[in-house]
Design a protein around this ligand. Sequence first.
Ligand SMILES: [Zn+2]
Length: 292
Amino acid sequence: MSAGHTCGMRKLFGMAAGALGGAFLLLCVCVGSLGDGLLHVYYLDIGQGDSILVRTPLSHYVLIDGGPDDKVLQEMAAVMPFYERTIDLVILSHPHADHVDGLIPVLERYNVKAVMLTGISYNYAGYERFLYLIKERGVSVLFVNGKVDYRLGNIVLDIVFPLESLQGAHFENVNNSSISFRLMFGGSIFYFSGDLEVEGEAKILAAGVDLRADVLKAGHHGSRTSNSKALLDLMKPQWAVISCGVDNKFKHPHPETIEHFQERGIEFYRTDLDGRVEFETDGMDLAKVIHF
Ligand SMILES: [Zn+2]
């Protein structure tokens, strides 16, 4: 046993052999606490923005975006045990304020083990603060590209977009740099795509990758500039969750998106109307959790 494999250490990073047709990065090989064997996905109620907290069956935590402010801290406190101060992986889909700003208090208050991002170049103070904190705290950085997938315990992150490294790239529309991936546990699949718009979706469709998923996090807060019919028809989700704020100035979600969901029998929930939305699965049966 190497010095790194002590009982108190929960995370180790290392390369593992190829899977899913490409390189495969093993995120965790050592587990210090037992989970309930279920995958929990919480679409947090953080106003106009995105923030999704995932608790894996082995009790690892993944936070996808942080919403626009520190409301994310209350939401995390509501679903995590008070003693849990570690987030194993933070994923920044893209560096717009409604995704990155809430990650700043998270980095300040939690022990974040690793951050996954594209590393695009974008001039915004919140993004710069986020990058500064990562460096200052010595957080491991994973620059994503579609050629490498990740495993975290018994969870697979199947990276769908970007198809290649975007490190240092400039985007006229930063939404179209959004990391898109399928989070898979057994036969249950959740799809996340930040604010990727139809131009980005078209690249994914052209790549011909497997898009099947059970639960779709609606792209770009339910805007009609995302969630193309072609994408929905390939993905065939049973559920969709729209993350948006009450009476938001963008008027998200767009009625056309709702119509496209309804035409396909996709059951959808909205954080502005339903509050926090939770799913849980044992890898076979997937259910939306309803709290009474
Ligand atoms: Zn957004």
